[in-house]
Design a protein around this ligand. Sequence first.
Ligand SMILES: [Zn+2]
Ligand SMILES: [Zn+2]
Length: 769
Amino acid sequence: MKDPWSTLLDDGRADGRLVREAREGPGAATLVDLPNELHPDILGALREIGVKQLYSHQEQALHAAWTGPTIVTTGTASGKSLCFNLPTLEVLCRDSRARALYLYPTKALAQDQARALAAFGLGDRVRPAIYDGDTPREARAQIRRRANVVLTNPDMLHLGILPNHAAWGTLFANLAVVVIDEAHVYRGVFGSHVANVLRRLRRIAAAYGTEPRFLLASATIANPRELAERLTGLEDVELVDRDGSPAPQRQIAMWNPPLTDEALGARRSALAEAAELVARLVREGARTICFIKSRKGVELLTRIVQDDLLDGTAAPTNDSDSVDLAELVVPYRGGYTPQQRRELEGRLMRGELRAVITTDALELGIDIGELDAAVVVAFPGTVASLRQMWGRAGRRGRGLAVYVAGEDALDQFFCRHPDEFLERPVEAAILDHESPQIYLAHLLCAAFEGPLSSTDAELLGPRWEAGAEQLAARGELRRRENGAFVARHPDEYPAAAVSLRSASLENYAIVDVASGELLGTTEAARAHTTVHEGAIYMHLGRTYEVRELDLQRRRALVAPFAGDWYTQPKHETDTTIERLLDRREALGVTLSFGEVSVTETVLAYQRRRWSDHAQLDLIALDLPQTSFSTQALWYELDSRELAERVPPEELLGALHAAEHTQIAVLPLIAMCDRWDIGGLSTNLHPQTGGPTIFIYDGHPGGVGITRTAFQRFEDLCRDAHRLITECPCREGCPSCVQSPKCGNLNEPLSKLGARLLLERLLLVQQSRV
Ligand SMILES: [Zn+2]
Ligand SMILES: [Zn+2]
């Protein structure tokens, strides 16, 4: 039988757009009998819902969960929920007082899981309830009393449950299980916060005499056990990663839009290319999901696909009526009401739709059934999420998974190394629960929840006392005669001032002028660059224009934006080394890691057209200086040695371009986005006295990204060098040395100079031109 995508792939092979293909699977399932030791009611419930056997990893997880903390990292659609649901249900069925707490990063996922738990039909034994910001006030007391599975999110745990633990006494006194699903989401700033919240949770549970069992599930990442241990603070977490579910046969295709101008590095847009692929798949009858980053992208792509299909003829559907194919293509993104979402999900599940175009809102395990083809437009940031998106393809045992490369440096880098790309291990999820500002903020929250004393060293770490003294010096804590620290203002509510999604306490509110709705917050340290007046600001995939930045009241007023441009701020940056933490000789340079303070002045911003990135104008701004401290690596180059290789007029451009490329490839070694990282290059830094390149964590305090880069500096230089030498452009382009977030608007940049500089580091024989 011919696959619906075979002609498409033939065409791609013929004109070279299909850069590489690979095959996965099929793999047979490893099934085991239902374990007899399970509670008879659970065995009955499983048979009732049609589960007659378990996949081997589900049984393995069940046994692991009985012994100790466990993390499960099997593939998409491998039945991970059952891995933590079975041991939890078992506990609840055996002990009528026992309680369980489920944490989900989003409300939608909590709702999905509540439905899944209810589907077991265990009646009064299992009483799930969602407790989040949408829970009506009058229902809350009832939930606290009656529910034995509380599904919530880390934000609510931090803000609503832990500070009010007295009202939750029954839960904490009987807390047997804590489930953390989608654990890979808790990385970077968010992860560093959640790790602190979970320590506070364990501390409060201990105060009520319980020590709950932690069960985690995650998408495939490089360091699942380490992530689980860092998040929970527990040791010896058991890893279950041998997937016993059947793998479909999946064809994988890397697809690169054709070059339109080689010297400038210009290509046909990934959006146009993806639209063509999706329309063809729809015509051939493949049920397709297409992922693209922004809501604007979702809307544009849907429209282009629909227009393309309107040109075609009507096609038969399931009920043999003729419908326009264009009507079978729908967008799916955040911002829908729950009813609208349910309806779309239902139509998808029933096979009434041919294609869905979505942001990563669908990436996190919401159940929409499996599809034939998955098309991912531009690299989603990590191999881990790319694999998760691809995992959607393969209904009926066969699937097509496509990655359409964008013009970004990483995308094009991957296209030149397709084999390496396809074999790339998934990334490590990095977080730093000891990141000083985050740690102190939660220490204060903990003191509000109960006096801090020497017994807290075990859960809050040995630094608790130094931290508490710091908070006392600031007037936030008070030391009692017995040595314990308590909140100085017990009627204030420190958790309210801490947002888990941001690294600093000082945030700017982002408010929609039309509706008055609070859209979110941004760190004060980043407000000037992201929400200055006139900035085009993206929030959850939707685009806004900033009408006013109110420095006094710390808020930005924004309005929905439909124009065809984006903005890029021009700013001056200075770094001051505050504290050296580590130093080593690497590749012939002195490489340092430590704390720096970053001072920034935003001077102006540039407006650029979306379609071709052409500069429209440069508009001056008058904003005061801001600064924040963070972690950074820096390396000092020998100016005399450098002068022998790099012409003096190229020096600054060489340093600058080297910095950009190193930032571009940093996500290859640490799970982060280039927008999380900043850089500075100078031919004379006042403290080092010579040419120096800084790469710093963009979040106040830092979350461990540059520490990883410090440890793997050699890889960073090697990858950056390859990025530069292999890009076919002449003078540098967005796929190599240019950066979409450069504060100097990509001036000056020397591609050649950066290559020579990196070759000096890597001691590559200078190629004779
Ligand atoms: Zn290039
Ligand atoms: Zn730059």
